[in-house]
Design a protein around this ligand. Sequence first.
Ligand code: KIV
Ligand code: NA
Length: 265
Amino acid sequence: PKRVRTRHFQNAKANGIKITGLTSYDMLSARIFDEAGIDFLLVGDSAGNNVFGYDTTLPVTVDDLIPLTRAVAHAVTRAFVVADMPFGSYETDVQDALHTAVRFMKETGAHAVKLEGGRRSAKQIRRIVDAGIPVMAHIGYTPQSEHQLGGHIIQGRGDRGIDDLLADAHAIEEAGAFAVVLEMVPADAAARVTEELTIPTIGVGAGPHVDGQLLVWTDWAGFTTGRVPRFVRQYADLKGVLGEAAQRYKADVEGGEYPGPEHSY
Ligand code: KIV
Ligand code: NA
């Protein structure tokens, strides 16, 4: 299959074809999602919660994400792979942002990077794009600033909220981002942003009036042990399937049912 490139995102928006994305943190899930035709895979710093077992994404480092991103990038043949820039790796300075983006591109095989923030991150986005690296922006609820935002709270509410969201959206488009993630914003606010921007909007809990959807795969597949946000539709029950398999395995081994003659040399 032909590789997805940034132009695919642009064409999809122009033609009203929805873009599909999932997170992935490893080769096995990446291969499955790639073969299913998911357009892009985000190696999110949500790995902090879903791989490393932290309560937030804040402790995640570039060194944590590089091997995961490399595994995902090597696994796919079609999907566009986006490397998520973790907290502390780009806010400090445009030079730091460029350095981090270059590391991901050189060391992992990812096709783009993502970073959080609208107006506050516009300079960083511009510098990275100028170096030839596509940037996916991320506005609305931005988990790396959860302590400033006061928790897991919907953004872009009310006139003031919509104005802020639109100002951020225009700033990142102006800075050269090829797409933008809108996380946890009201559907009407997301619709306004989608209408006003020429680049595609990718919703995560942003309703249906956006150009594509992205979900954290462990939430989407019922694999997580944590709380799953209301906006997620669960497409599988992996926790149930694996829990039941582990119980049957234990019972079989303890009861002498496994291994049988057909499993023995
Ligand atoms: O890290 C992540 O999974 C993300 C998405 C939820 C947008 O940034
Ligand atoms: Na993230």
